[in-house]
Design a protein around this ligand. Structure first.
Ligand SMILES: [Zn+2]
Ligand SMILES: [Zn+2]
Length: 346
């Protein structure tokens, strides 16, 4: 079968012919992939930045960790999913043995393994996955939209970490996929004002509006974040800021617009250290939190949402391409004129 692979620790990806996976292990299932999204982390892996050097020893490896498909083979011990069932797959599995897993915080496992980053992923027709990672989907679910479950669950987890609640005014820095997922889920969680902020980001900010943002700010046309907010709201303080840019300057910028006691959630992957002034941080009792990955309960809640209301997330998908067009898909993502690009292995 064809697979989109990271072959060596250098920039780029390769489309290669690889053997089909073996029959699934006793606790695994084989998934026939229907749709798999290109993620921001796949872009980092493509460019081969420092933050992904941990993958070096695992190459070559098939990429792809945001996906949906159909169960076409089950291992001997599998009881939670059936043959021919439609599923989305949580890419990260926990060891269930380390101290954080045993304490019940399986999403914080010390030995996490991620499909498409630490073992072969879903940019291919078939992939073997742990059965417990499967999320069963209602039969009417649009399987292309189900490939959005991963980023939406990451966004929902970030919204939960930020404590977003009814009536909050929220700023989301960065209108990429995770920013869009935070916008969607913060608005589901009751935020009354959700302001999406980008930099030369016209198309993705329009998508943000379609996903529930109440306002957009393009920093390219308004100078500083503070000025943009002042012009929009007549004040420059908000309850919760989400940073989904990975740019160091977003942290002090985000802190500067919080009300006293406000919360900044960092969800971006940063390749540089950050410095900011701790005096106003302490005096204003600001809270700096980190969100990464997702929990099963977000997946299950969002799977039900997507089945019930597919149009609420459909604007996230900009482009669907065959696996052989993967390079084009990656390049379109780098150009930032698209939101989610979905690859279709069939
Ligand atoms: Zn991802
Ligand atoms: Zn663990």
């Amino acid at each position: 079968m064809l697979a989109v692979r990271k072959a060596e620790p250098l920039p780029g990806i390769r489309l290669e012919e690889v053997p089909d996976p073996p029959l699934p292990a006793p606790d695994e299932v084989t998934i026939q992939v229907h749709a798999a999204g290109i993620c921001g982390s796949d872009l980092h892996v493509y460019k081969w930045g420092e933050s992904y050097d941990f993958m070096r020893s695992r190459l070559p490896l098939t990429l792809g960790h945001e996906f949906s498909g159909t169960v076409i083979a089950t291992g001997a011990n599998v009881t939670n999913v059936r043959l021919n069932e439609s599923v989305a797959v949580m890419p990260t599995s926990s060891c269930l043995r380390c101290n954080t897993c045993l304490a019940g915080d399986v999403h914080l496992c010390n030995n996490k393994k991620t499909l498409g980053l630490s073992r072969d992923g879903a940019f291919s027709r078939l992939v073997n996955v742990p059965a417990l990672s499967c999320i069963s989907l209602a039969p009417e679910t649009d399987l292309t939209l189900a490939a959005l479950l991963e980023p939406l669950s990451v966004g929902d987890n970030a919204s939960a970490v930020g404590g977003v609640t009814f009536g909050d005014t929220v700023v989301v820095l960065g209108p990429g996929t995770i920013g869009q997922a935070i916008i969607r889920t913060a608005s589901w969680r009751g935020a009354s004002r959700v302001i999406a902020v980008g930099m030369n980001d016209g198309p993705r900010l329009q998508t943000a509006l379609a996903l529930g943002a109440t306002d957009i700010i393009d920093l390219a046309s308004c100078g500083s974040l503070k000025d943009g907010l002042q012009a929009l709201m007549g004040s420059a303080t908000v309850d919760v800021v989400f940073e989904a840019t990975g740019h160091a300057a977003s942290i002090p910028d985000g802190l500067s617009i919080l009300r006293k006691g406000g919360v900044l959630v960092t969800a971006g992957i940063h390749s540089r250290p950050v410095s900011f002034d701790l005096t106003p941080f302490v005096r204003n009792q600001l809270q700096l939190r980190a969100a990464h990955g997702s929990r099963r309960k977000s997946w299950e809640a969002i799977a039900r949402r997507i089945a019930r209301d597919p149009d609420s997330v459909r604007p996230m998908v900009s482009l669907e391409l065959g696996l052989t067009q993967a390079e084009e898909g990656f390049q379109r993502c780098f150009e930032r004129d698209v939101s989610k690009v979905i690859l279709r292995p069939e």
